[in-house]
Every structure is written in C-alpha cells, then in structure tokens.
Design a protein around this ligand. Sequence first.
Ligand code: NCD
Ligand code: ZN
Length: 345
Amino acid sequence: MTSITITRPDDWHLHLRDNAQMHDVVQCSARQFARAIVMPNLNPPVVTTNMAKAYRARILAALPGSMQSSFGPLMTLYLTDDTPPAEVICAKESGVVHAVKLYPAGATTNSAAGVTDIRKCYNTLEAMQQIDMPFLVHGEVTDPDIDVFDREHVFIERVLFPLTQRFPKLRIVFEHVTTQDAVTFVQESSQQIAASITAHHLLLNRNALFQGGIRPHHYCLPIIKREKHRAALTAAATSGNPKFFLGTDSAPHLQSNKENACGCAGIFTAHAAIELYAEAFDQVGALDKLEAFASFHGADFYQLPRNHEKITLHKQSWKVPDQFSFAGEALIPFRAGESLAWKMA
Ligand code: NCD
Ligand code: ZN
C-alpha cells in the first residue's frame, strides 16, 4: 500500500501545556486530529470545572481562526484527595469536561497534587459511576520499593483490579498501557474498561533508552518496557478490539529539562503522530486496522460521534526537523533529524 485514506482521527491523551509553550505545540495536534482529550497536569493543576473552561478557552484562542472550528479540546479534571463529588457533577453538567484523571501522587510530571490514597476518593468515584463520567488512570504505583519496570503490573494487582470490583459500572481508561499484563487485564475485563496506546510504546522497546549511550528523549512514564511487551501492545492495537485506541501522550518538555542530570519524563510526538502510528501498523502489515484504532474506538468509548472528514497518508519519506521552537527555547521531537516513511497529505 502506498497511500491510505482514513476518517480523521482523535487523540485520546494529549499534553498541551499552557501559555507560550502551548502556543508553540497546539497546531501540531490540531492539524491532524479533530479532537483531543487534554491532560490537566498543569502547574497548578486543572482541578475545577471553571479552570477547565478557562484552559479550553486559552487553547482555542491559541489557534488560528480556521482551526478554532476544526479542533475540539475535550477537557479533563485532575483528581485530588479532596475533589468533592459535587465538582465532578458540575463537570459533567458543563458538557466541556469529558473525564477525570488519576495521577497517583509522585508518579509523573506535575503529579505532586495527585491522589495519595485512592480510598480517599471513593465518594467521588461513586458519584462518577452514577453520572457515568469516565475515569482516566495513570496506572503506576509510586512505592519506591517497586522496580520502575514493574510499577504498572503491581498497580493492576493493588489498585486497578480492586477498583473495578468496587465500582463495576465505572468507565475506566487504563492510560498509555505499556505491558502485556495490562493488555491481558483490559482484554479480560468488562466492557467498561478500555486502554489508550502511544505510538512510541508501539515503536520502541527499552533498548532504545540505552542505544549507544543514555537517550533522554526516549524517557517517558510509564517507562518503555522489553520487546515482548512492545509486541503485545502492537498485537492489541492491530487486533480490531474496540477496547484499544489511540492516545499519543505527546508530552513536550524544554530540551534543557530533558538533557539534564535529572531529566523530565515525556516524549513529544504530536508533530508526526498519525504518521508514527501508520509506521507501527505498517510494520506488521495491519494498515487496514489503523482507522478503527485511530478514529472509531475512542469516540465510541467516550460516547461521542465519529468524525466525518477524511485524511490521507502517503508512503513518502520526509525528514523530521532537528528541533522546534518552544517558548523561546528548543523542543526535541521524537525521531529528530531522522526520516519517517509516512506523511499526512
Ligand atoms: C507526562 C508529562 O510530561 O506531562 N510525561 C510522560 O512521561 N508521559 C505525564 C504523564 O502522562 O505521565
Ligand atoms: Zn500523559
């Protein structure tokens, strides 16, 4: 196949940041995707419906006029130990907030205000279950005694499985799954449980962290795992199972914060997101499965209409820029300076 036309995709997990940083990255996503679930881990985090509304307005204001009507930011709330049930009810009624996000405190970038103990949130989760508000889960334990490569697996046992037992009707997205264990868990769970998968977790295994030296631009959370896990993610994404859908987790950081003695977690893929997924699907001869994964399964899970417009990708080599401008500094994109095989027309 040398070209493929699919329904315009959506990104069900995206970090847009804010202010000058957001101005420099938001068009990358709006160019490709019709909608995006926008992560709330700003500093300070987006913890109220009013904050989400204001953030949404800033996102739209950062887009050129032509894109303001073609790109829909779907907002999320950042769950804390103290988020009252009334706040998620207000969020649901707003029509602007489409999900509530769990960051276990200390798990990742800007998670300090996250949840210290999920039991503190039971009342709010009960309300979410009642009003059918999706719950998006960063699925890693933060216990320093647990090996960083095992944190997703242990999270399933300690937190996620018990949660699905306690709140069987709660719709949950296990965000950016990275292990065979997570794939199996989602496959074997009820229809309420789905998962997003990033392009970089489909394309890399953990050797990419140490290829000829330490590679800070391949560092993200949950961390990239060994090859058998990458292969399991690819099998899930290309299986046609509607529980799995596209979520880039594109997470831009300043070059100076990545190339650092204590570098930040996050990989920026928004500049070439759909092309990277096309490459991953093409590698296993499954381009015919790309459209449902990228454009149907997520919309169906979130109970939103599927998009109508189409996009076309050509098998045409192009070079990724070495860097982008990011709030006056540099942002190093995934595959910087390298060639990609697919290009969106
Ligand atoms: C994300 C970020 O930078 O905001 N980083 C990452 O490595 N994925 C946070 C997150 O989704 O964990
Ligand atoms: Zn993320």
